[in-house]
Design a protein around this ligand. Sequence first.
Ligand SMILES: Cc1c2[nH]c(c1CCC(=O)O)Cc1[nH]c(c(CCC(=O)O)c1C)Cc1[nH]c(c(CCC(=O)O)c1C)Cc1[nH]c(c(C)c1CCC(=O)O)C2
Length: 351
Amino acid sequence: MHPIPAELTLETAVERPLLAVLRGERRDPPPVWLMRQAGRYLPEYRALREEKGGFLALCYDPEAAAEITLQPIRRFGFDGAILFSDILVIPHALGQELWFEAGEGPRLAPPLLDGDLLMLVAARERLAPIYETVKRVVAGLPGETTMLGFAGSPWTVATYMVAGAGSKDQGAARRLAYRDPGAFQRLIDVIVAATIDYLVGQVDAGVMAIQLFDSWAGSLAPDEFRKWVLAPNRAIVDAVRAARPHAAIIGFPKGIGEKLSVYVRETGVDAVGLDETIDPFWADGALPRGMPVQGNLDPLALVAGGAALESAVARIRAALKDRPHIFNLGHGIVPETPIVHVEHLLAMLRG
Ligand SMILES: Cc1c2[nH]c(c1CCC(=O)O)Cc1[nH]c(c(CCC(=O)O)c1C)Cc1[nH]c(c(CCC(=O)O)c1C)Cc1[nH]c(c(C)c1CCC(=O)O)C2
């Protein structure tokens, strides 16, 4: 674990269970938050999105984004509040245009199919409203709640920048990385630098811990995984930790299976998020003793509810009972999740 200023130590250990777990303490019941906890399963989110004219408009409206970040805290009392924003604000701040097609997902233009960075004109000022959102959330946050910031990991962000959209197999980015590794490395380096700045900015605005989302970390062959997942995440962890040592860093590399061990060792993250395909009993045996682990309820078990939900929760808690554990889903909550199932989950955890 890393040194933290004395004034923060006291505050975090006493008042914020999620931060305490990130520092290596065990808490029972485990602190809990859910990926995508502010979102379409909440009627109050859908109402505000309607009123403000869409998802991206919300991300850049500090008053609305702060309100949306706080909605699930008020409703459920989660231990962590995650900044309402998106990983694709980094490509936007690097000069790509960004919009969301209804029912389809993100679009970025121009696509960087040949890695041509000359097409980009940096637009870092696009990030300013996001720091303002963080400040507003922190001002309105209960004393026991941890403020979480985040960014996408460079590989995952690059897959969208290169293709100009989401894709099934991340083929466009994978092809570019093989065909022109120099150009692809330059793109990754640009994303790494922007992400470090952005995360330091989030910490300075008040976030207490950071999650790095690497949703497509599982799509790479071994050598490519080292170059485009391990090395860039390591660079971000090292630089953010050197600049702002008190902010804990959670890595969330989705879909990498048993490569989690090497991910944890080589990136130096403080804690690791498990996706729902990882057996938590395996993770407990494979990951360093005492390392905080987050996860990993299948979002569809939360949709199902009932006995399926109860046995899945019990299994995860049993597996991780001897190490610092933050309860979460293995991926984002899905829009059709019944709110009563979230309430039931919290009742189960908190007794
Ligand atoms: C790949 C990726 C994106 N965004 C993100 C990832 C990585 C994690 C993952 O794999 O889910 C991460 C993300 N997206 C969002 C957050 C906010 C924090 C949180 O609630 O966890 C975070 C951390 C809000 C969002 N990001 C998005 C929404 C839905 C917007 C809406 O329709 O209201 C939200 C609440 C939209 C989005 N944003 C992105 C896509 C592909 C989509 C469309 C698909 C979808 O709608 O789920 C890019």
